[in-house]
Design a protein around this ligand. Structure first.
Ligand code: MN
Ligand code: MN
Length: 458
């Protein structure tokens, strides 16, 4: 191929011994984050603890920010903002923003979840985010979340991650009796109301009343003894079932990582580690770990919440400049995953414009579906700026769309930030089996994403 032609670079093809070591070492820290931060609450707490270690102090609205300040804003324990104030004039230089999300598809308990059916205790659920329901049956599930008790205390729950913990379960039919189910489409085979969690099977035989000798009663006794809970406490709880698997290397050569929730921890981890590792003093930078992306970035902890612009306003006010000027000169990387090319399902991706595993950070100019609908479509000029920045800093990157035209599509937080008059583009890591209980990414892409963020913040 001539010098004039565009060609993707396979990171593993060109990596020397030093780069290979960096890629593999960096992945070890990421795997710890994956295992310890499976929900937005846990990921937020984990990143916050790292921020504190790196000298970040809590920010309160009304507080004046000064050059050199490193602050964090913990929004309800589910959404974290990290801000480092640089030397440049924020009205001229704006803010360098990296926004990723820390919520992932999962199965949430309903508010009145407990019931018993023919001697088995179950919990009713409502799934969170876009998931293929059949994938979530017959896998070990762990229960994570928080219960707000009436006495004002909040009980943090994490059951199923410890080697000795029990796990939870959603059943499916045995092949011998699945003839009718097999004839249904994948989308219809498992119903939303069929995702019932197995909780127990031992009746409370010690009960005085015959009618209390139930499995559910036994369960209530256990919950009360172990956690001080009563059934009504589920009313004010956020409890989620997530896969109980740990992150593991995939394949003989260990090039890939399998884990729950790469989407979008594979961008969140590089975002905050790049911030901590990059000695920036020029730009003012902001790293956002958002919640609720998987259900439309809604609510107080989603990217559509006013808190984002409130914090930009706070930066502007601190230096007596307008928020409009700061936003007009800001630049944002909307850090979210893309679909990685999978030779087993090549028909849904268009080969020239797919994101390939181990070919570096994937820049996505536009998302959307059916004629780019719902996409913010970044300017060519902004892509040009990043292209030069990444190439000058030796970052290996590629461009990729989410699937063939009219096959499907997706969205990210990009459009909500772009709406604030901030240049924004999606950049992320290619994921195989996105939104499945166990997703796969390349260690090389994870590391190149980190290098891309370092170049952006520098
Ligand atoms: Mn995502
Ligand atoms: Mn997603």
């Amino acid at each position: 191929m001539s010098e004039l032609a565009y060609k993707r670079t396979n990171v593993y093809e060109i990596a020397d011994e030093k780069l290979m070591k960096e890629i593999f070492d960096y992945a070890e820290g990421y795997k710890v984050f994956l295992d310890e931060g499976k929900t937005e609450r846990e990921a937020c707490a984990w990143a916050k603890a790292q921020a504190v270690k790196n000298g970040y102090k809590p920010y309160k609205f009304g507080q004046k920010l000064n050059k050199g300040d490193k602050v964090y804003y913990d929004n309800r324990g589910k959404n974290l903002y990290l801000i480092k104030v640089g030397n440049a004039d924020v009205a001229e230089d704006g803010v360098r923003i990296i926004a990723s999300h820390i919520d992932s598809p999962r199965i949430d308990l309903k508010q009145v979840p407990l019931y018993e059916s023919d001697g088995i205790a179950f919990a009713k659920t409502h799934y969170y985010g876009g998931l293929r329901k059949y994938q979530w049956t017959t896998v070990p599930l762990a229960l994570h979340g928080a219960v707000a008790l009436k006495n004002g205390t909040v009980l943090n729950v994490k059951i199923g991650e410890d080697e000795n913990d029990p796990v939870f379960y959603i059943s499916d039919l045995l092949p011998h009796l699945a003839q009718k189910q097999n004839a249904k489409t994948l989308g219809e085979a498992i119903e939303g109301e069929g995702l019932n969690i197995w909780l127990g099977n031992i009746p409370y035989t010690a009960a005085e009343n015959e009618k209390d000798k139930t499995v559910k009663e036994n369960l209530l006794k256990i919950l009360h003894e172990k956690y001080g809970m009563e059934e009504a406490d589920f009313l004010s709880a956020e409890l989620s079932l997530v896969p109980a698997f740990k992150a593991k290397d995939i394949g003989f050569d260990r090039a890939l990582i399998g884990a729950y929730g790469h989407d979008d921890r594979v961008c969140s981890y590089p975002a905050f580690t790049a911030l901590f590792d990059t000695p920036t003093d020029e730009h003012t930078v902001m790293v956002v770990l958002a919640d609720k992306e998987e259900i439309g970035s809604e609510g107080t902890t989603g990217m559509q919440c006013a808190i984002f612009t409130d914090l930009i306003d706070a930066i502007a006010t601190s230096f007596n400049v307008t928020s409009a000027a700061v936003r007009a000169n800001s630049k944002c990387l909307s850090a979210d995953v893309n679909a990685a090319y999978d030779p087993n399902y090549a028909e849904v991706l268009e080969k020239l414009n797919a994101t390939y595993l181990s070919h570096g950070a994937g820049v996505t100019k536009f998302t959307g579906a059916r004629g780019k609908s719902g996409s913010s479509d970044a300017d060519a000029e902004y892509v040009g700026f990043l292209r030069k920045l990444f190439d000058d800093n030796g970052v290996i990157w590629q461009t990729g769309e989410l699937g063939k035209v009219d096959v499907g599509g997706g969205g990210t937080v990009a459009k909500y930030i772009a709406k604030m008059n901030i240049d924004t583009i999606d950049i992320g890591v290619g994921v195989v089996s996105m939104h499945a209980p166990y997703e796969v990414i390349s260690k090389a892409d994870l590391y190149e994403e980190y290098l891309a963020f370092r170049a952006f913040l520098k």
